[in-house]
Design a protein around this ligand. Structure first.
Ligand SMILES: [Zn+2]
Length: 415
């Protein structure tokens, strides 16, 4: 296998999470009678360009098919994040009815609706049919396709070039990151701005967030790797912000390489911090497997102890990261009988691999668990706020990442 960006041979696998089914392939009752396909789940680091990447295994069509159930609008904190971003960027760039915004990976229109309401013309690119339909129902024009050079060429030919190209939590999920970046370049007006948000590799390593590794998450990005990828496509990063979302994300601001804008002070500062964290040194990656194993073992010991002492455990949040964690740890229904999730599209289904059933949140009140293990730890605050009644019967919340914690989990939130 060669690096997805620079094509150097990949010689340094550093995290092996065994085999797992695609983390968003939720199963129906009838699926449980059929075999399930598992794929290797391994991370490599390229020592030429330092892009951390998942081992090749599949085509995107197999991962983001019509069954893909993630609707961004399900999470309240994510909706607020999107609304705040839209307001900030409209002001910063002075966007109005003469501007044009393109969002790649528009999902159900949770973000673009803010531009629509403010009278800024926009277009979403979204391959998954169910979410595209939801976006169109909000009045947002959608191109139903994967974004890449082919789509970009069509848009550019119709003169649909943007003042702002947005990619929120999509950049890390594209298999061909060079093609995707070149496509952004070709739909960007001269003087236009790109903003991309993605989880920051530095935080993944720092906080042992190995559960954010899954097949659909192809690249694990840092400022410096993105600068390299942008450079090859004739773009550059002119500013960067650190965000608390997803346990620590970056928002990079990009423009054409020949744009006159000055580079923000934050860029040089973060570059130096990444150097200090050793993101471009092989030894930084060498102990990650043992750190991940320690976290996994702690979770297993915790669940076994609960079972031995007759405590009732439930999980909250049927998120992709939960599936990575549970499948790597080999947790099944005997240790974790059910998971609650607010997304109607997941309720009544079963988690891939572990086959743990997904129930509506009302099951918490009915079954009164002693422990609620929050799988998407990045929304711990939101879960604790919405389901604080668990404490009425003495129930406690727990999170497993970056280490096993029970009780006052919201006091040391990652996000
Ligand atoms: Zn490389």
């Amino acid at each position: 296998m060669n690096c997805r960006h620079c094509e150097a041979p990949l010689e340094h696998p550093f995290l092996d999470l065994g085999f797992a089914p695609p983390s968003n392939r939720y199963l129906t009752l009838s699926d449980l009678a059929a075999p399930e396909t598992y794929f290797p789940l391994r991370l490599h680091v390229c020592t030429r360009c330092w892009l951390v990447q998942i081992e090749d295994y599949s085509r995107p069509g197999e991962l983001f098919d019509d069954a893909y159930p993630y609707f961004s609008s399900t999470s309240q904190s994510w909706l607020h994040h999107a609304a705040r971003y839209a307001e900030m960027i409209r002001g910063k760039l002075g966007l109005d009815s003469n501007s044009f915004v393109i969002e790649v990976g528009a999902n159900d229109g949770y973000l673009l609706r803010n531009f629509l309401e403010a009278g800024v013309p926009c277009l979403g690119i979204e391959p998954a049919a169910a979410t595209a339909v939801a976006a169109e129902a909000k009045g947002i024009p959608i191109v139903r396709d994967f974004f890449g050079k082919a789509v970009a060429t069509c848009l550019a030919a119709r003169n649909q070039r943007a003042d702002l190209v947005i990619g929120n939590n999509v950049y890390a999920h594209v298999p061909d990151i060079n093609d995707f970046t070149a496509a952004i370049k070709s739909v960007l007006k001269p003087g236009g701005t790109i903003t991309l948000e993605f989880p920051h590799l530095m935080r993944l390593l720092q906080y042992t967030q190995f559960d954010t590794v899954y097949h659909e998450h192809f690249s694990y990005l840092s400022l410096q790797t993105v600068e390299g990828i942008f450079g090859k496509a004739g773009l550059r990063v002119w500013d960067v912000e650190e965000l608390p979302t997803h346990g620590g994300s970056l928002r990079v601001y990009g423009c054409h390489a020949d744009d006159a804008r000055a580079e923000g002070a934050a860029v040089g500062k973060l570059r130096a911090e990444e150097e200090r964290h050793g993101l471009r040194e092989l030894r930084t990656y060498r102990d990650f497997q043992s750190r991940a194993d320690r976290v996994k073992d702690e979770l297993l010991v915790f669940l076994l102890e609960q079972k031995r002492s007759g405590k009732k455990v439930a999980a909250y949040g049927a998120a992709a990261k939960g599936n990575t964690l549970l499948n790597y740890a080999g947790v099944k229904r005997d240790l974790l009988p059910y998971v609650c999730d607010a997304a109607a599209s997941k309720q009544g289904k079963f988690l891939p691999g572990s086959h743990i059933p997904v129930l509506p949140p009302a099951a918490l009140r009915e079954r009164r668990p002693d422990i609620v293990l929050i799988l998407p730890w990045n929304i711990t605050e939101e879960v604790v706020m919405q389901h604080g009644y668990v404490r009425d019967w003495g129930g406690r919340f727990a999170v497993a990442i970056p280490k096993m914690r029970v009780g006052s989990v919201e006091q040391d939130l990652v996000s």
